[in-house]
Design a protein around this ligand. Structure first.
Ligand code: CP
Length: 325
């Protein structure tokens, strides 16, 4: 009788000392610093037109995206390809998930094809943790329900570092639907570990219960909240995760919590305006602010590719790029 197919371990030793990237809650400050260091090294290489390490040459990254995505999915794909790798993308639509296959069975099925790393976006909080425990390859959480979105927070930190020169001591205000935002949660953990002071502002129904226990200052009114902040990060309301009646109407929300030029009159003149996207123009942010001189929304998108290159490079055992040691 033939032996069962042996699936070799696809977990190389790496200098981050972790198998998978599941959330910023589980990263230490020095690991965040290392990812940012490599991100800026890659940025320098790309900006100067120098070749980047082909760490993923001969390697395959699986992209399992069971929720819609533009930025995260395409930037992981670009990042893997810039490092010389192949990608295989699967979504819920058109895969055997529609025939009732479970996530674990789908993941085990793709693992049997010998990929090197798996990136997962899924509506269920905790799903990347189940895959990490089940699979013998690194897993990256690309957003799990309203739980975490670690690479978004890392690219946000990179963007703040790029434009403010530091993170430590900065006052960062996160505005909007904090309760359902994986971006807010990952940013709160990461910013605090890097010495940032985080405040949140939103309608009471869109703030998590006992949010102050996360070590954040809580505001319900925008005018006072924006006053002394270095960074304002505004969020989309996650209408797809809300119960009926849980949120104000779009018009009402915009009136009280929309970031407009009029609101910014009370803010510092050099405040950085951020948004993870996708943007609902005229709801959480006015078009003139989204496209204005203080907005770094498209810089966040560009940095998303670079941070994901750094994460893929490090998790697959990449070292410092030659010539930059
Ligand atoms: N910020 C973010 O996760 O965007 P996408 O949903 O387009 O990936």
């Amino acid at each position: 009788m033939r032996e069962k197919t042996h699936i070799p371990s696809r977990v190389p030793p790496n200098s981050l000392g972790i198998k998978s990237l599941l959330g910023t809650e589980f990263l230490e400050k020095k690991q965040i610093e290392q990812i940012l260091k490599y991100s800026f090294l890659f940025k320098d290489l790309l900006d100067s037109g120098k070749p980047v390490p082909q760490t993923l040459s001969g390697k395959t990254v699986i992209l399992l995206f069971f929720e819609p995505s533009t930025r995260t999915r395409s930037s992981f794909e670009l990042a893997a390809k810039r490092l010389g790798g192949n990608t295989l993308a699967l979504s819920k639509e058109g895969s055997s998930t529609e025939k009732g296959e479970t996530l674990i069975d789908t993941a085990k099925t793709v693992q049997a094809m010998n990929p090197d790393l798996l990136v997962l976006r899924h509506p269920s909080a905790g799903s990347p943790f189940h895959l990490d425990q089940t699979l013998d390859l690194p897993v990256i959480n690309a957003g799990d329900g309203f739980h975490e979105h670690p690479t978004q927070a890392l690219l946000d930190l990179m963007t703040i570092q790029q434009f403010k020169g530091k993170i430590e001591g900065l006052k960062v205000l996160i505005v909007g639907d904090i309760a359902h935002s994986r971006v807010a949660r990952s940013n709160i953990y990461a910013l605090q570990k890097m010495g940032g002071e985080v405040s949140v502002c939103g309608p009471p129904t869109l703030l998590p219960p006992k949010v102050e226990q996360m070590g954040v200052e809580v505001h319900y009114g925008l005018n006072k909240a924006v006053r002394d902040k270095d960074v304002i990060m505004t969020l989309r309301i996650q209408f797809e995760r809300l119960n009926p009646g849980q949120s104000p109407s779009r018009g009402e929300y915009s009136k009280f919590y929309g970031i407009s030029e009029s609101v910014l009159k009370a803010a510092k003149s050099d405040v950085l305006i951020m948004h993870p996207g996708p943007v609902n123009r005229g709801v959480e942010i006015s078009p003139d602010v989204a496209d204005g001189s203080r907005s770094v929304i498209l810089n966040q998108v560009g940095n998303g590719v670079i941070v994901r290159m750094a994460v893929l490079h490090l998790l697959t055992g990449g070292e410092l790029p030659k010539g930059l040691v």
